[in-house]
Write a protein that binds this ligand. Structure first.
Ligand code: PEP
Ligand code: MN
Length: 337
């Protein structure tokens, strides 16, 4: 439930409502806005009787939110959230960001060379997996802590903030020591203990859509993170599983404008995992930006043929450089500063 106050409601009115909500056994979350304050009611598992609240001073109306998410919804929080990743701003009105880097950190040379190259081309952040959620256990699983160290080194050398995946609640503290943005992968979108754990830290989180998740499930997963107090969440569409096998996944681009209607959180797109095919990554990157994405995640490798994971979808340095030229021209055309 959301209690919307009149624009001239006083602090005392808000405090009285907060107390009334608490007396009913729920948690009250005041959300100050530029026009008016709203008060979110949390902790209810069903319909909340609003008769007493509606009679209190300063109350304009009550909205019953039947969705499984509230804190991430626009009803609850009309203003866009801008997430600051070590100085790089992500969200509505900001120039869309490009996160470039290999699927996985493989060596110091590989990650530092890539970092310096993507930085030179104008990328905003560096990606690289150290804990890899591979489909089978007999493939490269990532360099783990050693990989985190190399990624942090490459971030330092290039001056780029770094993004990397955390797979287990036990490793959140460790990954947070090295990463500027913690990624929750598609396979872990509904790992609720992991979501709660990243909700307890204050570093930004990149939450990828599960490969079979509906938008409601995706937003409800983000709600777990916000419910623990971490509002720095960036959503990421990375393709969903459909009957189509010609591409690795099916890129669901309509979710970009849809999520912007439903939620105040930034939404990015990962055209690499969404398509699985190098030649499709540049056009889908540009399409994502036209659709209004707040950023893209693009895999790039110094030698994709030799990559230990996801080589077929990784751009070459040359391909990445060309793509950055194209995104720059597009973003200028779209009027981004
Ligand atoms: C990744 O970004 O490295 C990754 C594994 O992506 P996803 O979780 O979307 O499959
Ligand atoms: Mn990958």
């Amino acid at each position: 439930m959301l209690i919307v106050m009149n624009h001239n409601a006083t602090q005392a009115d808000v405090a009285a409502i907060t107390k009334a909500v608490q007396d009913m056994g729920y948690t009250a979350a005041p959300i100050p806005g530029s026009e008016r304050t709203a008060i979110g009611v949390l902790g209810n598992h069903g319909y909340v009787d609003d008769s007493k609240i509606l009679e209190m001073p300063g109350v304009q109306r009550v909205i019953h939110v039947s969705k499984p998410y509230k804190l991430v919804s626009r009803d609850f929080h009309p203003e866009d959230t801008i997430v600051d990743v070590a100085g790089v701003k992500v969200g509505q009105g900001c120039r869309p960001v490009v996160v470039g880097g290999p699927c996985a950190v493989e060596s110091a040379e590989q990650i530092v060379t890539t970092a310096l190259f993507v930085k030179k081309c104008g990328a905003d952040m560096l990606r690289g997996g150290a804990f890899k959620p591979r489909t089978g256990p007999h493939t490269f699983q990532g360099m783990r802590e050693e990989g985190l160290k190399l990624l942090a080194l490459a971030g330092k050398e290039s001056g780029l903030p770094v993004v990397t995946e955390v797979m287990s609640p036990d490793n959140v503290g460790l990954v947070a020591e090295y990463a500027d943005l913690l990624q929750i992968g598609a396979r872990n979108m509904q790992n609720f203990d992991l979501l709660r754990e990243v909700g307890r830290i204050r570093k930004p989180v990149l939450l990828k859509r599960g490969m079979s998740a509906t938008i409601e499930e995706f937003l409800a997963a983000a709600e777990y993170i916000l419910a623990e107090g971490n509002e720095n969440v960036i959503l990421c569409e990375r393709g969903i599983r459909t009957y189509e096998t010609a591409t690795r996944n099916t890129l669901d681009l309509a979710v970009v404008p849809l999520i912007k209607e439903l939620s105040h959180l930034p939404i990015m797109v990962d055209p690499s995992h969404a398509t699985g095919k190098r030649s499709l990554v540049p056009p889908m990157t540009l399409a994502a930006m036209v659709a209004g994405a707040h950023g893209v995640l693009v895999e790039v490798h110094p030698n994709p043929e030799k990559a230990l994971s996801d080589g077929p979808q990784s751009l070459t340095f040359k391909g990445f450089e060309q793509l950055m030229g194209d995104t720059d021209r597009l973003l200028d055309y779209l009027g981004f500063a």
